[in-house]
Design a protein around this ligand. Sequence first.
Ligand code: PLP
Length: 365
Amino acid sequence: MSLSDKLNPSLKSLPVYQPGRPIEEVARELGLASSEIIKVASNENPLGPSPKAVKAMQLAVAQSHLYPDGNAFYLKNKLASKLGVELPNLILGNGSNEIIEFVSHALLGPGDEIVVSQYCFAIYPLVAMMMGAKVNAVPAVDYGHDLPAMLDAITPGTRIIWVANPNNPTGTLAKPDDVRNLVESVPDDVLLVMDEAYYEFLEDPVDLLPLIRSGEKPNLLLMRTFSKIYGLAGLRIGYGIGHPELVAALEKVRQPFNTNAIAQAGAMAALEDEAHLSQTWQVNANGLRFFESFCRDNGYEFVPSYANFILVNVGDGLAVFESLQRQGVIARPMGGYGLPEWIRLSIGTETENRRAAEALKESLS
Ligand SMILES: *Cc1c(COP(=O)(O)O)cnc(C)c1O
């Protein structure tokens, strides 16, 4: 008998999440300068953080000897008034990834089930498996969620349905009517999590906040993040919006100081920087159009995207990922998502997009 025999048995077969590779790591490996490398692997904001957020964080650093406000009163207030909800509707996470953990801790045990889509965000099944729960992955339609089929896939063992809309890694958007129907029809004892990490990139999104405000959906949780359009991925801060009873249960799972003081300060300032937000939106919209025509012009298959990345069919995703990397472009191979023919490219600045496109053409020539 050794300690390894005593480990949580779920860990044995648990796959390891493969994040986008950091620039410095690739630079060390290839003997390149960091400045020669671009990273289009993790859907980060190519414009960087809001300068207002940077200033606020610099000020907050001077108070680093103090524990953060564990309840994040000021940030929650700002979010509440922006979203038109109350403080007890909000929970903050160390990235919205942490909220995925809260939800799973609160609802999942051995034998329970989650329902996801075939090409879903990797963390939902990973955390479920860690809890000993079963993952019911519903076949995708055109790489997107088949919401009616997901509804049908609910069994008495189902505790959570996870829907990222737009979805990562496919960039697909569910039909608004399907979303409304799902929200209406999900059984009262199943939690529906709508992961809205890319919500701010949409032109005309389905707004589920009225259902939170009215309190009529105690089994609905919305998740959003400061990592994507707000450009603060390095800070690790995101939030959930739900019924006060659900939020209160999730609060019990949360560590008292899970979001740090600098992140709270940066997030608050980022919320106020409308100019940075709209500039990011425009750069992304232009970049998406650029890649779509680039793919069309070269006959590359792609999945039309509603987010800040695009999935391109390159035949051998891993080989092309490696070839791009040798050219100083860090993309994301998709084998771990069951999409071995594809790579995912995050939308960058105009210069980065051209560079990534040129490199891709070179890799495929
Ligand atoms: C990026 C992403 C998140 C958020 O990640 P955090 O950085 O932890 O906030 C959540 N869900 C999806 C689908 C994502 O793509």
